[in-house]
Design a protein around this ligand. Structure first.
Ligand SMILES: [Zn+2]
Length: 358
């Protein structure tokens, strides 16, 4: 199948002006596009570059308060300030955030209109932002805005699956009472990583109970451990929930060269997760968009995102020669597989196809 795949990108994504020691830099987008060009990804006939439309203020207000929008605008004009200890303001941050948020909406609309079969916004997946607060490098929560629009369009079952190293708490809390927007999050446990809030299972609340699953991976989880958890949990959830639309947040900060996390993943994980998602959308005709998410080593991010696109768009590019060697040294002995088996077993009541709550 020759899937038409859109990459939503604009060079203004790199207008990020965080201080030089801040992990989030615009170079991650620029390096990715340069790398895609180097490996011939952008010249494949089924790849289409799509220009993002900035989000409107009405769209931002679907998931944020007016006070929050006005604060972002004010600090952006002032050119300084802090939203939280990790999230500084800079001149023009409002315009950058409108453009990147709009990029996710552009990806969604391109897929809904049928311009492309699948689309990825490189600068998307800002899953920590809350309705009234920018936090964890996230200004506007594009995932929450996407979900609100999709549900308003009448879609009954959206599955949001994220593999970012960090738990998407801003998105979980926004949707925790909804059975129509399933959040499934694979991430490093909050015992050792921001946002430090997901040490136990968070399964949703009220009508949403059982429609939200988080998988807090222990430190030093590697490809084998991660893929065991992903296959054991993602596949049963897809077959029981039968999503009409999948939003895949492909954060790559769990890569073994990314110092933001204590995970030891390689490009193999991103490729294999993308392959499993491709199988699901092929057999169920599910619509899919991809959001870049975290990833703070520009070369590792470029390689992992290329691996995701290579698989989803069936490009058959040979990426085996690109260095992917681990630079992290585990400083603690953790029986990772045993812990992951415990997690999978603990979640088993929520994974059965006969699950009465769904
Ligand atoms: Zn992250």
């Amino acid at each position: 199948m020759n899937r038409e795949f859109g990459i939503v990108y604009n060079s203004k994504y790199s207008d990020v002006k965080n201080p030089p020691n801040h992990p989030l830099q615009g170079s991650r987008y620029l390096r990715s596009i340069e790398f895609f060009e180097e490996i011939g990804l952008l010249s494949k006939p089924n790849i289409k570059l799509i220009n993002p439309e900035p989000a409107t203020t009405d769209e931002i207000l679907l998931a944020h308060t007016k006070d929050h929008l006005n604060l972002v605008k004010r600090l952006s004009e002032r050119g300084k300030g802090q939203f939280d200890p990790d999230t500084p303001a800079y001149e023009g941050i409002y315009e950058v955030a409108l453009l990147t948020t709009g990029g996710s909406l552009t990806a969604m609309r391109s897929v809904l209109r049928g311009d492309v079969d699948c689309a990825m916004n490189l600068s998307g997946g800002f899953h920590h932002a809350k309705p009234n607060q920018a936090r964890g490098y996230c200004i506007f929560n594009d995932v929450n805005i996407l979900g609100t629009i999709l549900l308003n369009e009448g879609i009954q079952r959206v599955l949001y699956v994220e593999i970012d190293a960090h738990f998407g708490d801003g998105t979980y809390h926004f949707y925790k009472e909804s059975p129509k927007f399933f959040t499934l999050s694979f991430h490093e446990s909050g015992e050792s990583l921001y946002p430090y809030s997901d040490v136990d299972y968070l399964l949703g609340e009220g009508e949403g109970y059982g429609y939200h699953v988080n998988v807090p991976l222990p430190i030093w989880a590697d490809d084998v451990a991660f893929l065991y958890a992903f296959r054991s949990i993602f596949l049963p959830i897809v077959s029981s929930y039968k999503p009409e639309f999948i939003i895949f947040q492909s954060g790559v900060d769990g890569h073994c060269r990314d110092w933001q996390s204590h995970l030891l993943l390689t490009k193999r994980v991103y490729l294999e997760v993308a392959r499993l998602i491709r199988c699901v959308i092929d057999s169920n005709k599910t619509k899919l968009i991809v959001l870049g998410g975290g990833g703070y080593d520009p070369m590792a991010a470029a390689l992992c995102w290329a691996s995701v696109i290579n698989e989803l768009a069936e490009l058959q590019l040979d990426l085996t020669g690109y260095d992917d060697e681990c630079e992290k040294e585990p400083y603690e002995n953790v029986n990772t597989m045993e812990k992951i088996e415990q997690i999978v077993n603990g979640l088993s009541p929520f994974l059965s196809p006969e699950n009465s709550s769904r």
